[in-house]
Design a protein around this ligand. Structure first.
Ligand code: HEM
Length: 424
């Protein structure tokens, strides 16, 4: 076992809020995968881990590597911003993703039934109908920003339906979700922190209000109502604090991840035209194409843990209380695990071994809902707009460590060549 060496220069400069990381996290830390797979970042005050097996080992041991920091603000905010949050009684606490054992597994078991495949199957016709309807709205235009015109709103609608939230003011929820991302995983400037704090505070109060209304109708459908019903049986497991925190975090967990995931996937496939055309020609490739896109260009770039005892990662000693940023997107590009990882290969037989949904006791509960949505998006787009191409554009990302997807995705095509015009 070696002790961490003095900070190397790339480690010193590591900045997950800069354009290098935002544009391509695995490429940005390629040097680390090669020569310093576990390093201390002074700018972040985190240990950064970039190789597949080290990240998987951390995910696997959620006792030594606690998830308690998963929703902690990565950037400490000003007193003014904290006062704003306090004025809204903001109290985001433990949900599932940041809960320790044994409470976590008891709660996960109590709440997992609505994620069963047969329960999820109920949502499929709705997702398909929504995607068709949104594509109908722009198919004759020859140009669309797929993020603004479809990828953001449909996963939000599905998330609200799954959670049981009334179909509410979507632009407001988009603003709140982005504020939550920036507040938790971003580095807002001091002047931005106050505006973000107001949006997060409003989100918290909104979540509380929705929960109150749900409590009046606990027999309605929805994962949150299911939680309210489980609270009657297991009040110590499904607590009030859990329900309020999950009401807010759940909207982001179910929505932003999937919206970013499909935007990244379509961008990646269109950038690799011959692969896009293969998928258009053979839709049976779609399920594995979704996995390969999540591996190559996933929507969760990194996730966090904190050590509960002195330990070791990849031969580097870490003290108790060390905060860790696992760059899971980098693990997905590790040559020690994936053959020719830069290649987009929709026939890769181990694509689904990616770390984008995490791994182990906390692995994403919603992964099959996300997969189903992404598959339907690809089925409809490859079927109805196989001739679309990426428009010339610069891609921008909301600067943060974890939630990653382009803010816009402009595509264009000649409507005269729409397959349904040629063969209605
Ligand atoms: C947990 C990613 C979609 C609900 C997680 C974690 C990641 C993740 C990285 C933490 C895993 C860990 O700590 O090991 C993603 C991605 C998605 C997605 C990339 C889309 C492409 C969804 C959806 C839902 C959802 C659609 C809900 C409908 C959850 C929940 C947890 C979780 C409840 C906490 C599980 C636990 O700690 O036991 N997700 N997620 N996710 N996700 Fe997702």
């Amino acid at each position: 076992m070696t002790t961490a060496c003095p900070i190397s220069s790339p480690a010193d400069e590591f900045d997950p809020f800069g354009d290098g990381y935002q544009q391509d996290p695995p490429a940005y830390v390629a040097w680390s995968r090669e020569s310093e797979p576990v390093f201390y970042s002074p700018k972040l005050d985190y240990w950064v881990v970039t190789r597949y097996e080290d990240i998987k080992a951390i995910f696997r041991d959620n006792l030594t590597f606690s998830p308690a920091v998963a929703l902690e603000k990565i950037t400490p905010t000003s007193q003014e911003a904290n006062d704003v949050l306090a004025s809204y009684d903001y109290g985001m606490n433990r949900t599932l993703v940041n809960e320790d054992e044994p409470a976590h597994m008891e709660r996960r078991r109590a709440l997992m039934e609505p994620f069963d495949p047969e329960h999820l199957a109920h949502h499929e016709p709705m997702v398909r109908a929504l995607v068709r309807e949104y594509v109908d709205a722009f198919i004759d235009d020859g140009r669309a920003d797929l993020v603004n015109q479809m990828f953001w709103e449909i996963p939000l609608t599905v998330a609200l339906e799954f959670l049981g939230v009334p179909d509410d003011d979507k632009p407001k929820l988009r603003e709140y979700s982005v504020a939550h991302t920036v507040n938790t995983w971003g580095r807002p400037e001091p002047e931005e922190q106050v505006a973000v704090a107001h949006a997060v505070g409003n989100f918290w109060q909104y979540a509380g209000g929705v929960l109150e209304r749900m409590r009046e109708r606990p027999d309605d459908h929805g994962w949150m109502q299911y939680g309210i019903r489980m609270q009657r049986e297991l009040p110590e497991v499904v607590t009030d604090s859990y329900l309020h925190s999950m009401m807010m975090a759940g909207i982001v967990a179910a929505h932003e991840t999937t919206a970013n995931g499909i935007a990244n996937a379509v961008k990646l496939l269109l950038e690799n035209r011959e692969i896009w055309e293969q998928v258009c020609a053979d839709p049976t490739l779609i399920p594995n194409a979704v996995e390969e896109c999540l591996r190559h260009n996933g929507s969760q770039a990194a996730w966090r843990r904190i050590t509960t005892t002195p330990t070791e990662v990849g031969g580097v000693s870490l003290p108790e209380g060390a905060r860790i940023l696992m760059v899971s997107s980098s693990g997905n590009h590790d040559t020690r695990r994936f053959e020719d990882p830069e290649l987009v290969d929709v026939r890769r037989d181990d694509a689904a071994d990616h770390l984008t949904f995490g791994y182990g006791a906390h692995q994403c509960l919603g992964k099959n809902l996300a997969r189903m949505e992404m598959q339907i998006f690809l089925e409809e787009l490859t079927g109805r707009l196989p001739h679309m191409r990426l428009a010339a554009q610069e891609f921008s990302y909301v600067p943060n460590t974890s939630f990653r997807g382009p803010e816009h995705l402009w595509v264009e095509w000649d409507p005269a060549d729409n397959p349904e015009r040629r063969d209605p």
